[in-house]
Design a protein around this ligand. Sequence first.
Ligand SMILES: [Ca+2]
Ligand SMILES: [Ca+2]
Ligand SMILES: [Ca+2]
Length: 290
Amino acid sequence: MSSSLMRKACGVVGMLGGMTISSQVCGAIAEHAVDAGGSGPIQIKYGDHTINGALASGLDVDTYTFSAAAGDKIRITVSDLIPAPGLDAAIQLLDKNGTLLQSSFCASGGGLCSTGFDRALLSTETYTINISDVNSDNAGEYLLNLDARSNSSEVKFKTLYDDSVNHQGDVDFLFFKAQGNTKARLNLASLSNNLDAHLEVWDPSGKSISDTFCASGGGKCITTSNDIPLTLTGIYIVGISDVNADNIGGYRLQVNCVFGTCVVPEPQVNAIILVGLVFALLAGWRRRLR
Ligand SMILES: [Ca+2]
Ligand SMILES: [Ca+2]
Ligand SMILES: [Ca+2]
């Protein structure tokens, strides 16, 4: 069984003290729940997270596979769902030959813990993820999230963008287009209590250029990228998640241009095609009228 969530509502405009405030609830961030209750290996894809994921005993190992293309930049996160004693979750990433590419683990210490990592994949093939417990001595429920940095949902400059960290381990990858030799300041607010807003930015070459967060302390909090130089022209990816992947809730983002002209001019091609079509139609009508 699986359910899916695909949001495409876009462009909400409100009024505040006579001033028009535009807010985007926008985009095509795909988030799918995959039932991990069956026997493995379970096939997953980017944007998937598990439900009913659990190690039945400390001896258990759960196996997942996914297809990737060369150049994909993935993020794998595993979060404990049940504390005391809770899993000390361990992740392995294997390539098509079974070679271990990367691994990570966390120590629950009787509470909740989460672990994960980012990885740039070099070849187009099927990869394997194994989830187990450190020392094979704890059982418990977990949530696995797999995603890739993608430009699925655009954030415009000076426009509020609202969305949410929908489940533990969720990361929303958004993007904005910018011209080089400028500077931007991104501000991110948690709209729900407990969400420790985590804000990351990568430049068009894939290099991390900002990584900041705030600690909610049980309430709401705001983090800022401060003023970051945008040296390259192109697509900048923004990642939004929760610190420690243990809280969920709504967030609000605004991307501001604070130096230079950040906005990339829209290509004029569409306008030229449109003008051409209008002339062709007019010529057709004239011929018919004669
Ligand atoms: Ca353990
Ligand atoms: Ca989300
Ligand atoms: Ca948190």
